[in-house]
Design a protein around this ligand. Structure first.
Ligand code: GUN
Ligand code: ZN
Length: 441
């Protein structure tokens, strides 16, 4: 019940200034013991002051220890279509994604897919996620059950889509409402599961279904909302044709009561200043999905504009539009997207957005995203470097290469963020329980 992990502890006590490499709000405790009592963070001690014999000590000296990453937008069934060639969003959905999602009507496929997906998240250093299963009730059921087995924090809900989707992937308003009510009753707030009203995107729901989704949110305070918005120019044009009365794509959701402080909208590339102000005023967040946006050729999300407008931004893999479940790779791609805008995403801003920042945006900062005393111990242990090139780069940062001065911590962490991936994950703990250990650790 009492666990102590030794390593270099890195988390955030507040919000770093966006794009700044200054250490403010960065909590850096090199070579410390992280104390975990009954699944919760209980404090930290310097490496040379180990806790007593009644603590199980695991010595990861020389490794980095962070709160588990939070992926705020990812699709469980889309491991089947990750890295599919040659299409933009709408063709990609029709050609690859919809056919693959149909398989999840089968409870056995849904159960196996959910287990594979959650174990893969853990192996990539992600301990909490906001997840799309499929339109099938059984796929949400399987995901919640698999998350409960692993004690993972998962926010999810049955996908709503009652038009513009092939046979076997459409629901209807009454049936979907009944499925949602039943899933909410049985899973929302059970263990670490929370229910999200899950509108795939405006184009695949009738106005009647969007109204039902809004009513669900009103009847059940505390539900999340997840959807996609303004990802791709053809998609934006199509939504404008489908909802001519709306001022913008985002406004479609606003009109149906779907924007609030637990709303997570993926992408948000093609927004204007009105939309950004609406996000700020409603408290909704954009999940920035850089690897997906690059892979599908969707566009370049402008984080600086979001900062200027004052709305929340988290980071997400969006697998299978995204090309990796690794949040490190996601952050590295995020840096490159912002570089194309002429701005720089600091390691601090990126890592904060994937940990404490995401937790705050989801209203879960009492539980995850940091090492404050009392938080649940969702913790990941990372190698600073894997392979010769990364190892040499890390040695340069540490001042271990003759003729080159030691660099600031930000430079070392940025190189880790840019060169690292799931191979760097040594171990993952969920609520203090070991849930992943790399073979050979
Ligand atoms: N828009 C509607 N559905 C999807 C999806 O599955 N992935 C992405 N990236 N965008 C979408
Ligand atoms: Zn998505």
């Amino acid at each position: 019940m009492r666990l102590a992990l030794r390593g270099d502890l890195l988390d955030f006590s507040g919000t770093p200034v966006w794009g700044s490499s200054v250490m403010a709000s960065v909590r850096w405790r090199p070579d410390h013991w992280l104390l975990v009592d009954t699944g919760r963070i209980a404090g930290a001690l310097p490496g040379d002051e180990p806790p007593g014999e009644d603590w199980q000590r695991v010595d990861h000296r020389g490794r980095l220890i962070l709160p588990g990453f939070i992926d705020t937008h990812v699709h469980c069934p889309q491991l089947d279509v990750i890295a599919s060639y040659g299409t933009g969003l709408l063709d990609w959905l029709d050609t690859y994604t919809f056919p693959a999602e149909r398989r999840f009507a089968d409870p056995a496929v849904a159960a196996e897919g959910a287990a594979r997906f959650l174990d893969a998240l853990l192996a990539h250093g992600t301990t909490a996620a906001v997840v799309f299963p499929t339109v099938h009730k059984v796929s949400a059921e399987a995901l919640f059950a698999a998350a409960a087995e692993r004690s993972m924090r998962v926010v999810a809900g049955k996908v709503l889509m009652d038009r513009h989707a092939p046979d076997g992937l459409r629901d209807d308003v009454a049936g979907a409402e009944a499925d949602c009510e039943d899933l909410i009753e049985r899973w929302h707030g059970r263990g670490r599961n929370a229910y999200a009203v899950t509108v795939r995107f405006a184009a695949t729901s009738t106005p009647g279904q969007l109204a039902m989704a809004g009513a669900l949110a009103r009847h059940h305070p505390g539900l999340y909302l997840q959807t996609h918005v303004a990802e791709n120019r053809d998609e934006v044009k199509w939504v404008a044709e489908l909802f001519p009365e709306a001022r913008s794509y985002l406004d479609v959701y606003h009109r149906h009561g779907l924007l609030h402080e637990r709303s997570v909208l993926a992408h948000g590339i093609w927004l204007d200043t009105h939309d950004r102000a609406l996000l700020r005023d409603t408290g909704a967040q954009i999940a920035f999905c850089p690897s997906s946006n690059l892979f599908l050729g969707s566009g370049l999300f402008d984080w600086q504009a979001a900062v200027d407008a004052g709305h929340r931004v988290s980071l997400a893999s969006d697998v299978g539009g995204g090309t990796s479940l690794s949040m490190l790779r996601t952050l590295a791609e995020g840096y490159k997207v912002q570089a194309l805008h002429g701005t720089r995403l600091s390691a601090w801003s990126a890592l904060h957005a994937a940990t404490r920042g995401a937790a705050e945006a989801l209203g879960l900062d009492g539980e995850i995203g940091h090492f404050d005393t009392g938080a649940l111990a969702d913790v990941v242990v990372w190698d600073w470097a894997v392979g010769d090139v990364a190892g040499h780069r890390d040695a340069v940062a540490c001042g271990a290469v003759p003729g080159l001065p030691a660099q600031e911590l930000h430079a070392r962490v940025f190189a880790w963020m840019t060169l690292g991936d799931e191979r760097n994950v040594a171990a993952a703990y969920v609520a203090g329980m070991p849930r992943f250990e790399r073979v050979g650790v």
